[in-house]
Design a protein around this ligand. Structure first.
Ligand SMILES: Cc1ncc(COP(=O)(O)OP(=O)(O)O)c(N)n1
Ligand SMILES: Cc1ncsc1CCOP(=O)(O)O
Ligand SMILES: [Mg+2]
Length: 210
């Protein structure tokens, strides 16, 4: 089995207006891209559909300008409408097979892995990459099931060739060990969104992933 299959987006920013407050989320996104973020997910859990769509359009303009992929969290219809690169869904969202059946390969599909048995799910046939969720406990998302830890991530690495995104508690102290344990991408919210200097923080994180 090939180790660490290519997912050419080492540093993955998951962003929302709330997680960036009091900074401007769009400014944080641009600074993070300049600093080295390779892919961005818009994750707005408390927005109206109209508000989410407006933000998605603004972020798509930015990511297009810099030529990086945009992922939309949960809202498949918005991802399709703005021609996002991908969508990220979890166990309680629209399921990968249903998305694939409706939209073919218009979206890359990310799926959250919250339990080892989910690797055997038929949904895996429609999944392009996996969010290993969470690696460590985090205040950013508390409705979680398995806290994988670095050892859990390393075990998963031996069980699937799909790209693995490590998420949850990833920061300057934890990202390198997740990377060296076989993650193909390190996803962060607070480490960048709550940094006083998102550009510099992104560059510091990126430096660990080479
Ligand atoms: C890259 C990545 N991995 C996991 C998640 C979590 O998705 P989900 O389980 O659907 O939870 P919410 O983000 O919707 O609260 C993610 N968003 N991104
Ligand atoms: C969206 C999400 N999914 C699993 S953990 C998480 C939040 C990660 O936030 P942080 O990087 O601040 O720990
Ligand atoms: Mg979700």
């Amino acid at each position: 089995m090939a180790i660490n299959p290519l997912f050419p987006y080492p540093l993955y920013l998951v962003i929302s207006e709330q997680d960036c407050y009091p900074q401007s989320w769009l400014h944080v996104a641009e600074e993070a891209i300049i600093g080295g973020v390779d892919i961005i997910q818009l994750r707005e859990k408390n927005e109206t559909p109209t508000g989410f769509l407006e933000k998605a359009k603004k972020l798509k303009q930015l990511t297009d300008r810099y030529g990086i992929p945009l992922v939309i969290n949960d809202a498949v219809d918005i991802a399709i409408e703005i021609e996002a690169w991908g969508v990220h869904v979890g166990q309680n969202d629209r399921q990968p097979i249903a998305i694939r059946e409706k939209y073919g390969h218009r979206l890359q599909i990310g799926w959250s892995l919250e339990d080892r048995t989910q690797l055997d799910s038929k949904q895996m046939a429609a999944v392009d990459h996996l969010g290993v969720s969470p690696i460590f406990p985090t205040k950013t998302k508390t409705d979680t099931i398995t806290t994988w830890g670095i050892s859990g991530l390393a075990e998963l690495r031996n069980l699937t060739e799909k790209p693995l995104i490590a998420i949850g508690g990833m920061n300057l102290d934890t990202s390198a060990s997740a990377w060296l344990s076989g993650a193909d991408s390190i996803a962060v919210v607070s480490a960048i969104c709550q940094s006083k200097n998102p550009r510099e923080r992104s560059a510091q994180l990126k430096e660990l992933l080479t």
